[in-house]
Design a protein around this ligand. Structure first.
Ligand SMILES: [Zn+2]
Ligand SMILES: [Zn+2]
Length: 226
């Protein structure tokens, strides 16, 4: 059946939708993907630090509220297209593919449960699904760690972060989340699509800390370098 489907359905490069003979990225997209490899900041996962033990400038001046974040790729043209296709193009199958890619990063963390960054209910109704929840679901299937969709909520809506400065992003999203007390003493892995300034993860971490969690880890698909 799989072979028949391979014959009938073409494989598309996830980065540019070019038809391929085999699953995976085409060569030009593959060459543009920049995997984040060691050394990276042990706290926020930013590449470009001099050694694996040295914090990046951003973490030294403004320490994040989460304990460790890792991202798969540096944010660039191909990762941007893939994330956009997952988020706005309704290409939900990409969640499964991305989950396979980020699995090794997930396994670097010892956690009790996985929590996707929640969408405000208005945004959820508008989009019809939460791309981070899709991703977390697929990651959970692969690693067997339970995925929790209800204990971190986003009761406050916020305008899209796109046009804001880093400080405005932080001010805009801080206080937007609330975490339930059942998360107390748990080790949490938060899943998001893009790490831009860290404002969203910081706001999640703030809510999780107020609920008394033991530790806050995070994994994203792509990270904007700083
Ligand atoms: Zn391609
Ligand atoms: Zn850092």
């Amino acid at each position: 059946m799989g072979a028949l489907l391979d014959f009938v359905l073409p494989h598309l490069c996830p980065g540019c939708q070019t038809c391929m003979h085999t699953p995976g990225f085409c060569c030009p997209c593959w060459m543009k993907l920049r995997f984040i490899t060691s050394p990276y900041c042990p706290l926020c996962g930013n590449p470009g630090v001099s050694s694996h033990s040295s914090l990046c400038h951003g973490c030294r001046t403004d320490t994040p509220l989460f304990h460790k974040h890792r991202s798969l790729w540096e944010y660039g043209p191909v990762s941007r297209r893939i994330i956009f296709a997952l988020k706005h193009g309704r290409q939900r199958h990409l969640a499964k593919l991305l989950a396979h890619w980020v699995l090794p990063l997930v396994l670097e963390h010892v956690v009790d449960c996985i929590i996707p960054v929640p969408l405000h209910q208005d945004r959820l109704r508008q989009r019809g699904f939460n791309q981070c929840a899709l991703l977390a679901t697929e990651i959970g299937k692969l690693c067997g760690i339970p995925v929790n969709f209800s204990s971190l909520e986003r009761p406050l809506g916020a305008p899209s972060q796109g046009r804001f400065s880093p400080q405005q992003r932080q001010d805009n999203v801080m206080g937007a989340f609330s975490a339930k007390p059942e998360l107390a003493n748990k080790r949490i892995l938060v899943v998001d699509d893009v790490f831009t300034t860290g404002a969203t993860l910081n706001a999640c971490a703030d809510a999780l800390q107020q609920a008394g969690v033991f530790s806050i880890h995070a994994v994203t698909i792509a990270k904007v370098s700083r």
